[in-house]
Design a protein around this ligand. Structure first.
Ligand code: GAR
Length: 234
């Protein structure tokens, strides 16, 4: 059976398997964390493709090494943002993923494409949203004198980094922190944060209906928090 004939939740060896497409532009350490968790059977999911706007990025090499299909195009080969996203999401839609995971995808997604996939697409962002949307989040947290910083996973909506936040991981900011030190501290928590959220989708404990989110059957009024045992708690 061709990949695209498999429904959003496919029955795999150990029960149901969440079909994921990952979007990435850079190093791909979060993608690798997903690949490793799936390989060790601690995450009941399968990555059906990794897509990128950077054909030479390390994330694509990681995907290829793991035997995952890839799609990559250069934005400059398209007339505009909408044309690039039309091609990207036309490809993604044929794969029928249950979840699209932006893990270090550094390109703004057009409002039309985002709107068409509300409830189906999540983004990992390196700050405690709504603080510091956009770029250079670690430098901005230091500049603002924040005592606490972290990472968020949120639903992608038409407005950049403004969709409902599903879960967060918090880290302290130390007085002598450099941007590098702070970004390392955040990155170490991003991996369990993203894995935790994807696992909750795979277990059907997190569900979405448009931009409404439920967790264990109840509306999610505030973001889940990653505790020191890497568990997400209400
Ligand atoms: C992560 O820190 C992620 O939060 C950030 O890019 C990094 C990717 O790391 N994402 C964004 O800034 C999205 N606006 P990785 O390539 O090693 O997974």
């Amino acid at each position: 059976m061709a990949d695209r004939d498999i429904p959003a939740f496919a029955v795999g060896g150990s029960g149901q398997t969440l079909r994921i497409v990952v979007l990435a532009s850079g190093n791909g350490s979060n993608l690798q964390a997903l690949i490793d968790a799936i390989a060790s059977k601690s995450l009941p999911a399968c990555i059906v493709a990794v897509c990128s706007d950077k054909p030479d990025c390390l994330a694509l090499q990681r995907a290829q090494q793991a035997g995952i299909a890839t799609w990559a195009q250069r934005p400059r080969d398209f007339a505009n943002r909408e044309a690039f996203d039309d091609a990207l999401f036309a490809h993604i839609d044929t794969l029928q993923p249950a979840l699209i995971v932006c893990a270090g995808y550094m390109r703004v997604i057009s409002a039309t494409a985002a709107q068409r996939h509300v409830g189906q697409m999540i983004n990992l962002h390196p700050s405690l949203l709504p603080r510091h949307p956009g770029l250079h989040t670690h430098a901005r947290a230091l500049e603002a004198g924040d005592r606490e910083h972290g990472a968020s996973v949120h639903l992608v909506t038409a407005e950049l980094d403004a969709g409902p936040v599903i879960a967060q991981a918090r880290v302290p900011v130390h007085g002598n922190d450099s941007e590098d030190a702070l970004s390392h501290r955040v990155r170490a928590r991003e991996h369990p944060l993203l894995l935790g959220v994807v696992a909750l989708f795979a277990d059907h404990r997190l569900r979405t209906d448009g931009n409404a989110i439920t967790f264990d059957g109840r509306p999610l009024d505030s973001p889940l928090q990653l505790d020191c045992h890497d568990q997400l708690q209400r």
